[in-house]
Design a protein around this ligand. Structure first.
Ligand code: SF4
Length: 296
């Protein structure tokens, strides 16, 4: 695969250090109060501090121990909308059962859907299966975004982690961290030749320190370089629908029941089940077989 052709958002040159405005790290510890102060725009120092912190503090996640593009793609698809703690055991089971794209491509859609139960958004499973079919048949494409279910973020993540592409993987965490740091968009922060580590480091910071609702600026390794240290803007609050009230929940219950060889869930209002089944049929996740619903 040509990494250069993978993603169009190549990083722009980093801004250079202005050491005169650099205040130096103050050795912040949890519980310290971070006062807004003159913010250093020394991007080299910011990058070094975050990469060193990531080297020390990174969570040991199984997909961080590999550069196999298939394994990384599986992890990235599972991590869309599903929490890390829930993904880890499912990822390990999946890789043990289907260790390569070719093995997954040979599996039935019904088996793939059944193995996805509980991860949500079942269409992701079918897209992953379809992507495996493409890779098994044609190899990895030069533009990963041509694979089913692979958008700009997933393409950048697989491109940088597996193929060493110098691109920023911009998910919600990376965007929020960049917004708060105030040094430009994520692509401008990317250090030369360290895209994979940098992408992981930014995501790790966003997931564990610079979180959406409770950022821990006093424990942040880049507070000195952050324009928002001590006063990050909270994300806007949105009305949140209870998961059990959503059509997605009903769809998940229907797929889980079919995977278990059961009938449609009897404890959910029939009109909700009918709506969910209509959507599952439309999306090709279930089909009629001899008058009964079946997966895939
Ligand atoms: S945790 Fe605070 S100091 Fe660190 S990047 Fe986020 S807003 Fe800035």
């Amino acid at each position: 695969m040509s990494t250069a052709a993978t993603i169009s958002s190549a990083p722009r040159p980093a801004r250079r250090a202005t050491s005169s405005s650099r205040p130096g790290h103050r050795g912040l510890t949890p519980g310290d109060t971070v006062e807004p102060c003159a913010v250093s725009d020394d991007l080299d120092a910011l990058q070094g501090a975050l990469l060193r912190w990531y080297g020390r503090e990174r969570r040991d996640l199984p997909w961080r121990r590999t550069t196999d593009p298939y394994a990384i793609l599986v992890s990235e698809v599972m991590l869309q909308q599903t929490q890390v703690a829930r993904v880890v055991p499912r990822y390990l089971e999946w890789i043990a059962r289907w260790p390569t794209a070719a093995v997954l491509a040979a599996a039935s859609r019904a088996d793939v859907l059944a193995a996805w139960v509980g991860l949500g958004y079942n269409r992701r499973a079918l897209a992953l299966h379809a992507a495996a079919e493409v890779v098994a048949r044609d190899g990895w494409p030069a533009d990963l975004r041509t694979l089913p279910g692979v958008g700009p973020y997933t393409a950048a993540a697989v491109g940088s982690f597996a193929f060493g592409a110098p691109v920023a993987a911009v998910d919600t965490n990376a965007r929020r961290v960049a917004d708060r740091l105030g040094h430009g968009p994520p692509a401008e922060l990317l250090p030369p030749r360290r895209a994979a580590d940098w992408n992981q480091a930014v995501m790790e910071l966003g997931a564990t320190v610079c979180t959406a609702r409770r950022p821990r600026c006093a424990a942040c390794p880049v507070a000195v370089w952050c324009a928002s240290a001590g006063r990050p803007a909270p994300p806007p609050r949105r009305a949140v629908e209870r998961f059990e009230d959503s059509n997605r929940w009903v769809r998940g219950r229907v797929v889980a029941a079919l995977a278990a060889g059961e009938g449609l869930p009897p404890d959910i209002a029939s009109e909700r089940v009918e709506r969910a089944v209509a959507g599952l049929l439309r999306d090709g996740l279930v089909r009629w077989v001899d008058g009964a619903l079946a997966l895939g």
